[in-house]
Every structure is written in C-alpha cells, then in structure tokens.
Design a protein around this ligand. Structure first.
Ligand SMILES: N[C@@H](CCC(=O)N[C@@H](CS)C(=O)NCC(=O)O)C(=O)O
Length: 223
C-alpha cells in the first residue's frame, strides 16, 4: 500500500497519519506530495492518483486509489493485521462510532475548513484552484462554534467522543481542530471545558505527536 502524504500536517492528512499510528498493524510506503509547490494540482498527480488534485490518497493492495479521509481510514482499519480497531468490534459499536464520525465531520470539521477557505491566506494558497466563498467565512465559523458547543455539552463525563476510548471520530476531529487552530485561536476556546480537556488529552497522545511528522519520516518507528 502506498500513502500519498503532504509536506505538512494539514487538516486532511493529519487524521490519516494519526489513525495509522493509533491503529497499529499497518505496513505502508509513503510518498510526499508538495502542496507548497502545487504538485497535487499538476497533471501527473491528477491523472495517475487523484483527479480532484487533493491529498490524502492511498493506493490499496490491489492498486486501486482510495481518497477521502474516512474511506481511507475504514479501509486501513480492515487491512490492519494487529492492534485495535478504531471503528468498532460489533455492528452496534461500529454504528455508534460512524454516527459520531459523521456528526463531527458535518458539524465541526467541514465548517472549520470552510472557515479557513474564506480567508485571504486561502485565496493566495489555492491560486484559483478552488472556488472559495470569503463572504461565507463568518457563517462557517458560527456553524463550527454551534457544533463545538453541542459537543462540549455532550462530552460531560466522557473522555472521548464515543466513550472511554479514542476512535475514528476523535482522530478526525482532533486532526482538523489542531491544525486549523494554528491560524484560528477561536477554535480552542477554553470556555468549552469538556472539549478543551479532550483536546489536551488528544494532543499529548503518542499518535498525535507522531503524526506531526510525515509517515515517510516516521517509517522506522512504524516498522
Ligand atoms: N474530502 C477530502 C479533502 C481533501 C483535501 O481537501 N485536502 C487538502 C489538504 S488538507 C488539499 O489537498 N488541499 C490542496 C488543494 O486543494 O489544492 C478528504 O476527505 O480527504
């Protein structure tokens, strides 16, 4: 399997990197695609890997290309030869984890990314390769704040989003919030006490720290 990673821990590659470390039992080759040099928007990458010009991507065991964070993580979870499933061990558990993964993606992660994509930094970064909506930036922040307020309340007396263990929902949300909070301090509001405690728990975890460097750099520690 070949993982198409980025040159930085971006909101979309960070969750996959973290998932791989936390899951265990996965042997992958990694290639770095330079977003800074727009390699992902070049014809070669679009024609041979992802026609949407995005990372992350994964070339699976049969050569098939898989994109979209959640699809990649679900595939890797099934392919792992040891470690702990981060999706769940029973139909009920998997349904619970998938429900929360979808909620945090729709209600927080996507609005947070859309908020950043409304900034002038994003306009410079994408150079016209994405249709951006700067006029909706404030709306996206308010949507994300609403989602985080709800989750903060729901996480009273819970260590992780789905209960007592770190699962895909935690990894997806943390990867986005952590990377995006570098430009948006509002994302980590300490007044959302449960979410702040969860975020700190996630930040100090071994998989979050390992995910700060690319999987190419971390290859030895994965072996
Ligand atoms: N829906 C995709 C989103 C992928 C995505 O937006 N990736 C960003 C990196 S964080 C990207 O490739 N940005 C560069 C660009 O669009 O030019 C997923 O779930 O993986």
């Amino acid at each position: 399997m070949l993982f198409y990673d980025a040159d930085n821990p971006t909101p979309n590659v960070m969750p996959v990197r973290m998932f791989i470390h936390e899951r265990g039992g996965l042997a992958l080759d990694t290639t770095i695609i330079s977003l800074a040099e727009l390699e992902n928007r070049g014809r070669n990458y679009r024609e041979t890997v992802n026609c949407r010009g995005e990372v992350p991507a994964l070339r699976g065991q049969d050569g098939q290309i898989i994109t979209e964070i959640i699809a990649i993580c679900e595939y890797l979870d099934e392919k792992a030869t040891e470690g702990r499933s981060l999706i769940g061990d029973t139909p009920e558990h998997r349904a619970h984890v998938r429900m929360w993964t979808r909620r945090v993606d729709l209600e927080i992660a996507q609005p947070v990314v859309a908020w950043w994509r409304g900034s002038s930094d994003a306009e410079d970064f994408y150079m016209g390769y994405r249709t951006l909506a700067p006029e909706a930036q404030r709306y996206h922040r308010l949507l994300a704040e609403q989602g985080m307020n709800m989750l903060d309340e729901e996480m009273e007396a819970r260590n992780y989003i789905c209960g007592d263990k770190m699962m895909l929902a935690d990894i997806l949300l943390f990867g986005t919030m952590f990377t995006m909070s570098m430009t948006g301090a509002w994302i980590n509001n300490p007044n959302r006490k449960n979410l702040a405690a969860w975020s700190e728990r996630m930040r100090v975890s071994g998989s979050a720290r390992a995910a700060l460097i690319s999987l190419a750099g971390a290859k030895d520690s994965l072996a």
